[in-house]
Design a protein around this ligand. Structure first.
Ligand code: NAP
Length: 264
């Protein structure tokens, strides 16, 4: 088997993965085979470094991994032309939301599968990715492709993919929604809107930059909130009788339910 890695689909997530691989050298561009119906800037960048774009399909005969980067509604159709050419030992790496391992494996002639749920932060080598596979060798391939571009979490059950998606996949939108609420609260206290939005956005970036190492979340809060101080006064109100915990739990539960419904 060669080191060839096939990426099928260079959309929002496929582009981000490719950017991350080029940035970190996780995959040698000369080992990359990219399948895309339309020209994409990042694929052209990879081509200039030695990647093959839409080569004759017999190039897939020795691939070690096949990354599905198309939409869940498209993968069966997209797999058809490549199936007979793809190395039977290739590991299928699916980033598709909601499509179970067993379904993907059946669609790929029984090949081994690793499911990965990454965020688009992989483009900067700063993503988050949850992984699940029932096969350790497939898991190792998944880790080799995503550890260089993301913080990874190996899940102990496929069902947990839904919760992992709700926390890390949907999570950025929840942080942005909180940031918007923070800006609106600043406006209510007299800040001009542009100033409030600027402060709230910059605070999100600044807070994220402070999350390094393994310092606990309680310790991070304590770094900002001194006992009896200004921040502490706000924190007491923020979570009075679970006022913050309850809707966050509700949001994650709703996302898990939706993810479960979509994968049924
Ligand atoms: N976006 C995210 O943040 C995110 C996060 C986690 C998981 N995912 C998963 O990632 C997958 C892709 O999502 P996305 O947001 O990147 O979607 P997207 O932007 O629509 O990208 C899908 C890509 O698939 C390409 N494509 C369609 N048919 C193809 C074929 N037969 N061969 C090769 N490429 C083909 C499309 O090419 P054209 O552009 O030429 O039409 C398009 O660029 C989905 O399964 C989704 O569940 C996405």
């Amino acid at each position: 088997m060669s080191n060839a890695v096939v990426l099928q689909g260079v959309g929002r997530l496929g582009s981000a993965i490719l950017e991350g691989w080029l940035l970190t050298g996780a995959v040698d561009p000369k080992d990359l085979i990219i399948l895309t119906p339309s020209e994409k800037p990042v694929a052209e960048k990879a081509r200039a470094l030695g990647a093959q774009i839409n080569p004759a399909l017999d190039a897939l005969a020795h691939a070690k991994a096949f990354v599905i980067g198309v939409k869940p509604a498209k993968w069966v159709e997209a797999a058809q032309p490549i199936l007979q050419h793809l190395n039977p030992e290739a590991v299928i790496v699916s980033v598709m939301a909601g499509v179970p391992e067993v379904t993907i494996s059946a669609g790929f002639g029984g090949r081994r599968v690793v499911r990965v749920m990454p965020t688009t932060g992989v483009a900067q080598g700063k993503g988050v990715a949850s992984l699940w596979s029932s096969d350790q060798a497939a898991m190792n391939i998944g880790l080799s492709l995503f550890e260089p571009i993301a913080e990874t979490a190996v899940l102990t059950s496929e069902d947990l993919m839904h919760a992992a998606t709700a926390v890390s996949g949907c999570g950025p939108a929840y942080y942005f929604a909180f940031t918007r609420a923070l800006a609106q609260a600043g406006v209510a206290e007299g800040l001009p809107e542009d100033v409030a939005v600027k402060l709230a956005r910059a605070t999100l970036r600044s807070a994220a930059a402070g999350v390094v190492g393994d310092e606990s979340l309680d310790a991070l809060i304590d770094r900002v909130a001194s006992p009896g101080g200004v921040t502490q006064a706000g924190l007491v109100v923020l979570n009075e009788n679970g006022a913050l915990d309850r809707p966050v739990k509700g949001a994650v539960k709703a996302a898990v339910d939706k993810s479960t419904e979509l994968s049924a």
